[in-house]
Design a binder for this molecule. Structure first.
Ligand code: A2P
Length: 290
């Protein structure tokens, strides 16, 4: 299992189990238990995924049998967009800790630069997310959050954050894959030592999606005897990102962690250039939030 070292020295697995849309006790248990049994040591969740309690229940049930404890697991959660602002953010973090039955989180992110129910161009977005960031900094300094970051932040949102932060975010979790490589954001984050965590590595819609069925991806996968999903995840890891494949299929879960293979420079160039002919964004776009 390869690890990433964040700018504050905290180590994080480069592949974590994604749990967006994994909801309900049975689905969560199937996914999280399969992942832990396959060797995953990182789980990514969020308040809006509404699966904290089921994740906590599965961890409590499964970890002892695998000779693991909470400290062996890297646990990420995120602030709900309805909880921006000083007081709501404090309560939101405490609720996450409570639901996940833990006294600390390894990583906590502001999920979205906008505030739920505000217009995209409402100046309150900027003010309230700055308040939220100060709360994250306080929890970080108290040790309850081992690292802190943001999600879905564009260069513009990060530039604004840089003007007032006392802790530079350790992570920015965004949509990143060969159809949407966000080169400018990658450059900005690299300059400021902000680790980029890639979501939607497979393009969100599984095998029916355009990315997983892209001709180039299929050809590269077939030539090296790997699956298209493994190629896309490995692309992310080779680019220095961590990845968060989500699945409720135990076979997929196992395969998605098995990234111990090589992609040639030529194939990486093909993947890096894919967006020139096949550009596609699959998730929500935060670009117009001021
Ligand atoms: P499933 O639960 O059946 O595995 P993303 O993380 O990019 O949003 O993609 C998630 C989607 O990709 C889910 O629909 C998931 O379905 C599917 N998926 C996850 N791993 C694989 C894999 N190895 N091969 C094919 N589809 C996968």
């Amino acid at each position: 299992m390869t690890e990433i070292t964040l700018s504050n020295g905290v180590k994080m697995p480069s592949v974590l189990l994604g749990t967006y849309r994994t909801r309900g006790p049975a689905a969560v248990e199937l996914s999280v238990k399969s992942a832990l049994e396959s060797g995953y040591l990182g789980i990514d969740t969020a308040a809006v995924y509404r699966n904290h309690k089921d994740i906590a229940g599965t961890l409590a049930k499964t970890l002892p049998g695998l000779n693991l404890s909470r400290r062996d697991i890297f646990l990420t959660s995120k602030l709900s967009p309805q909880d921006h602002g000083t007081e709501k953010c404090k309560d939101g973090i405490l609720k996450c800790l409570d639901e996940l039955e833990t006294d600390y989180l390894d990583l906590f992110l502001i999920h979205w630069p906008g505030v739920q129910k505000l217009q995209l161009d409402d100046p309150q977005n900027k003010l309230l997310r700055a308040e939220s960031w100060r709360v994250l900094e306080d929890f970080y300094k108290s040790g309850k959050l081992r690292s802190i970051g943001v999600s879905n932040y564009t260069v513009q949102h990060l530039e604004h954050l840089m003007e007032h932060c006392t802790v530079v975010p350790h992570v920015n979790q965004v949509e990143l894959h060969p159809h949407y490589p966000q080169d400018d954001l990658v450059k900005f984050c690299s300059t400021h030592s902000i680790h980029l965590q890639a979501y939607s590595s497979l393009g969100q819609n599984g095998v029916s999606g355009k990315l997983l069925s892209s001709k180039s991806v299929l050809e590269i996968a077939s030539n090296i005897d790997k699956t298209p999903a493994q190629v896309l995840l490995k692309w992310g890891v080779l680019r220095g990102f961590s990845v968060l494949p989500k699945s409720t299929n135990p076979e997929h879960i196992k395969l998605n962690l098995n990234l111990d293979f090589h992609i040639s420079d030529l194939d990486m160039t093909t993947l890096n250039n894919l967006h020139c002919t096949e550009f596609e964004k699959y998730a929500w776009d935060p670009a117009n939030i001021i």
